[in-house]
Design a protein around this ligand. Structure first.
Ligand code: FE2
Ligand code: FE2
Length: 191
């Protein structure tokens, strides 16, 4: 990897090792959330759950996109993800989004969802603050992800009575309006 990409970030005053730790922990939180949201979506059923299903799916697929978008930057900066997925999952920046003990309790499920999104907002705000004006590429990527996390949080907190968010659901599931331009598909085009 061209060391210049790392050098300019270091010279701008960013602790690259610290930044890499944060990026790997963020990527792990995306990957594990993608997993746990699968279980939450499957269980969002019935009169109370069905309305949540679609936004859980949007948030789930976008978290997978966030994982995909973070990986190239981790390697560009000279980092890597752990060889063993267990070590990776144990280092997640956010707690496991477990299905509530009573899976029919949609209020409990919403609390799990909203807390996961709030954690993600804090994670990317921190990375933005750390890279602003210094590591432009990581900053722009983290800001794109942050924009989507803020929307995810708002979708769920609307159900908890926090008032209207002003957004509508995605046009296609997991569209990632902000992050998709960071993701390159195998034919070399951006999504
Ligand atoms: Fe995410
Ligand atoms: Fe999210």
């Amino acid at each position: 990897m061209a060391k210049i990409a790392q050098e300019v970030v270091r010279n701008a005053g960013v602790d690259v090792d610290e930044l890499l730790k944060k990026l790997v922990r963020a990527a792990s939180a995306e990957f594990t959330t993608y997993y746990y949201y699968t279980i939450l979506r499957v269980n969002a059923i019935g009169f109370e759950g069905e309305g949540l299903k679609e936004i859980i799916e949007d948030a789930r697929l976008e978290d997978r996109n966030h994982f995909e978008a973070l990986i190239p930057r981790i390697y560009e900066l000279g980092g890597e993800i752990p060889r063993d997925i267990r070590a990776f999952a144990d280092d997640a920046a956010c707690p496991d989004a477990y299905l509530p003990a009573n899976p029919k309790d949609m209020k409990e499920m919403l609390m799990v969802l909203v807390e996961a999104e709030r954690c993600a907002i804090r994670v990317y705000t921190e990375i933005c603050n750390m890279t602003f004006g210094k590591d432009h590429r990581t900053y722009e990527l983290s800001l794109a992800i942050l924009n989507e996390e803020i929307e995810h949080e708002a979708w769920f907190s609307e159900y908890l009575g926090d008032g209207p968010s002003g957004h509508f659901r995605r046009g296609t599931p997991g569209e990632s309006p902000y992050t998709s331009r960071f993701m390159v598909v195998p034919n070399g085009h951006h999504r």
